[in-house]
Design a protein around this ligand. Sequence first.
Ligand code: GLU
Ligand code: MG
Length: 750
Amino acid sequence: MGLLSLGTPLDWYESRKHNEHVRDNGISQLINIFAQHQNRDNDKFYWGDEVEYMLVELDDNKKTVKLNIDYDHIIDDLNNSALEVGQKAVQNNVAFHPEYGRYMVEATPLAPFDGNILGHYLEVESNMRMRRFLSQTQLPANIRLLTLTSFPRMGCPGFTSPQAKPIGPASQSLFLPDEIINRHARFPTLTANIRKRRGCKVAINLPMYPDKNTKLLDDSIPDRELFDSDAEYRWASKPGHVYMDSMGFGMGSSCLQMTMQAKNIDEARYLYDALAPVTPLFLALSAAAPIFKGFLVNQDVRWNVISGAVDDRTFVERDLDPFPGYDYFGGLDIDKSVKSHLQKMGGGRGINGDRVFNVYGDTKLATNDGKSVQKIPKSRYASIDNYLVNESEIDKNFNDIYSPINQPVLQKLLKAGFDPIMAKHFAHLFIRDPLVLFSERVDQDNTLENDHFENIQSTNWQTLRFKPPSLYSTADVGDLKNKPGWRVEFRPTEIQLTDFENAAYTSFIILLSKAILRFRPDFYIGISKIDENMDTAHKVDAVTDDKFWYKSFNHWRLDANEFHGYDLSWFDRFINEGNDLEAYKQGYYNEPVHNAELTPDCIKHIPCVNNACKYTMNELINGNDSHPGLLRLIIKLIAIDLVPNTLKHCDSKILALKLERIKHYLMFVSKRASGKVPTIAHFLRSKVLNSPHYHKDSKVSDALNYDLIKLCDGITKLDFENYHDELYEYFGTAVASYVETNREVSFETV
Ligand code: GLU
Ligand code: MG
């Protein structure tokens, strides 16, 4: 989840003295990065994924499950090439990384996959399987490496093994001990600095799932007098909501991320834009988090929990009155005398929502180092704010939300020759302060290092991340081709229980990205509509019960006829000799599609605003009579670019097996979109609601949690012997029967 520098991390009150230094040098580093890489071209479409795991300890005698916080050393062993397991990891192209939680492990491919090689879309699954297998060899049998988005009883009494009390000074949480936080000094410092900058603990309130006996009261809040902040819940917690007060509730959740490399910066900018409206769709399609802190909640995903968990904005930045006795300016470095004047005189709002205080004429309020204090609408962990292609290429109105800018940064970037959009993008990210700074790393060589840039960049946790390359010494510049280039990271997806699903979602997004670059659809809608979709994606069963804004099918700038026939049946026609592939290539029996012209989407799909209409997830992914949906873009891409184009029909058993598996990946996502297969959130919620341990009070007890995790473990292992019916319910019949007979990806050459 970010840069791991070694050294002594500075406490917020020390660190904040260097805020401008970090930003200023970070921007110089960015300018040098652009100078070095701006013109690189024709980089390969490489890609990779990141999976986040939790170590869950099961006690079959006591029927309890806990998060284990004592096995974090396995990450070092797994990466130690002096050990056999470390060698195996390298031989199998696997790498392990620390994450926020001491009970967490992250794993990725060591070297990226190649988007032009069909087999790599399958290799990712065997790679994921290997990551799990190698980690599991380092653990006792009762500690399972599970891909749970959120641990249902995180923050409940005694939820860790070994037990630890929630009395830690870093988070000051009433529920989470500091011992859940990664031991690397960066993480507790990050936790404490967010709290200190904000001026109070973070606060997350999730609506409880309202059931017959639900009290609509979070009765788990203890009456404690250890820290001053212990009383904050009185103002910070909301009735009818589950209250959480610590970074760990969010950053202790797991997700699935994918990163792809574009051939050049312009392609990366367009890909970033085109994926923006896809992000809420995949949040909803991957929904896997219906339970927090032992409560069934009235939402399905982790997103707003993390948003709140790392929200370091002060009261003034959030435009809220402070709690009684709390500082309006949190941990910002502002003179006491200025503050007391302001408190008396009040103020107004200038252009762009910046606070303006009359007491100093019309000067903007600023910290002692000159940084203006702004109203900031979103947390650092949030959806994106601006498109990246040049505004001349799209309707200006699509960038329709207010996103504050760091003006001096903007001016510096413009002066350095950045175009206004690119400059605005980074000037927006650079409204944030660095959260953790290491004393040994304050001074850096801006021609060789980019830690200051990365410090700000990698703590802007947005739905997408536009990733510039790193900076290299002149000696290395010669072979830039072998160094990572301009990349886009896709970050909303919740982690799924099985490697099959995670491979399916990864392949879907990577193939979609490749298809986007191949067919260049126009997916632009107002950013505010994407934000609305983010809210929708949180709702219970949003996939089946809600609609999402998307560019009107009529305005994708694609000819629907050209995608006709490229539905899931294409795989069967291609694989089986004798089917009339050529005819279908032109569409079903060459029948052109007229519907699109006859009934424009903006009439069928009301409301329609600026060419954005509301669609069901099924329509968006699976298309309809008049439109390809996202799925057919992918299948056409496979047909024309990823299978040898000299082939009329599949000519080898291995190719057929590969395509068969990819078909099932796509089919699985397609069925989730149509509602034929439940989301994990839906599946888990129904297990809770139907459990004998459930008392219609929205509470998930230890016993119920044990049953749930046991089931999740059985599903993860694809244990058809003991969980046959559950696995069929989970995957749906078609995919379950395929997975049951094809558990492993075992092709001779993939
Ligand atoms: N665990 C975080 C999430 O669920 C992501 C952390 C990271 O950026 O690696 O979104
Ligand atoms: Mg991570």
